[in-house]
Write a protein that binds this ligand. Structure first.
Ligand code: ZN
Length: 318
């Protein structure tokens, strides 16, 4: 999740730089429809707003992730492509930018599936954030006005297989790395896997913030990616939670994401060794060359805080 960190940063910049009239004209991110594989579509945002995907079958549509700010665009895209109703909704993790938009699908009465941990987090801190944003006068929270936080219908632990419309949906609770319960969805007949925020392309990973709590854990993230890579799944495209989709790049995207955490943690560790404080590291940090083109510098700054404290908490061993 990124929990709107990037957009919050942009809005903060707008407030600083622009007259009030410009802020009042805040518009939600415009999503771009991508056909990733036959029947598989992603509403993608190239600059960082969360991606959402949907799969069209003869028996209905499955949606993976919904942001209250953009899920109306997902709904409109589905209506253009098919007359089938949304049958299931699955979320990658219980964050504002992935789990709040199910309300836009209410007309279709989909079954909303989540892990039990996701259910708990949704009614705890995510609900607190939702209520806070519903009452907020800030234009970037306008999408929350009058909306309700939809709670899941079915809770599971571990893994769940759905079969409908001739396709198989392997829903896996991978563990806790970006959030408290990160879920992936693999469609073997379409050679795609939806990764949620376990995968970010060309953008720094989010620190997993919700209601001022930061959930991401670098060590767990490396471990989960290791496990997924070790499955050697027949997947052409891993769909990221943030950033552009690299159609056909396959496991190289996961390997790059895994390397990111190792290289970044190593760089932070060297600055700790040199006696730098967390504030100094955040200020002086030079992004390793391999990731220098990544967007979202404010996400990097937030994550340095996690690298720093998680290294001190766990020691310097891997
Ligand atoms: Zn996110």
């Amino acid at each position: 999740m990124s929990r709107f960190r990037s957009s919050a940063g942009i809005v903060a910049a707008l407030i600083t730089l622009a007259p009030i009239a410009a802020v009042a004209q805040f518009v939600p991110p415009t999503m771009e429809l991508k056909n990733v594989a036959p029947d598989v579509y992603t509403m993608q945002h190239p600059f960082g707003s969360s991606n959402a995907s949907f799969v069209v079958t003869a028996d209905g549509v499955l949606v993976f992730d919904a942001d209250i700010r953009t899920a109306n665009q997902t709904m409109a895209a589905i209506r253009k492509i098919t007359d089938k109703k949304i049958k299931y909704v699955v979320m990658s993790h219980p964050s504002g930018d992935h789990a709040t938009g199910v309300w836009h699908f209410r007309e279709d009465k989909p079954v909303f599936i989540a892990t039990r941990k996701q259910m708990r987090d949704l009614y705890q801190q995510e609900r607190a954030e939702f209520i806070e944003r519903s009452a907020s006068p800030l234009p970037q929270h306008a999408g929350y006005k009058g909306a309700e936080l939809v709670h899941p219908d079915i809770g599971f632990d571990g893994a769940l297989t759905l079969q409908f419309g001739g396709l198989t949906f392997q829903i896996t609770e991978e563990g806790s790395a970006h959030s408290t319960s990160d879920v992936t969805l693999f469609v073997p007949q379409r050679r795609v896997m939806m990764m949620g925020d376990l995968l970010n392309t060309e953008i720094h990973p989010g620190p997993g913030e919700s209601a001022q709590v930061f959930f991401s854990n670098a060590r767990n993230w490396i471990t989960l990616l290791d496990r997924i890579i070790a499955r050697q799944l027949p997947v052409d495209t891993y769909i990221p939670g943030h950033g552009p989709i690299h159609i056909g790049r396959g496991v190289a995207d996961l390997e790059e994401q895994r390397r990111y955490f190792i290289v970044m943690r190593d760089a932070v560790s060297k600055m700790i060794m040199a006696g730098r404080s967390v504030q100094q590291i955040q200020k002086e940090f030079v992004t390793p060359k391999e990731f220098a083109h990544y967007r979202g510098p404010q996400r990097q700054t937030a994550f340095i805080n996690l690298f720093y404290h998680q290294l001190l908490e766990r020691g310097f061993w891997p």
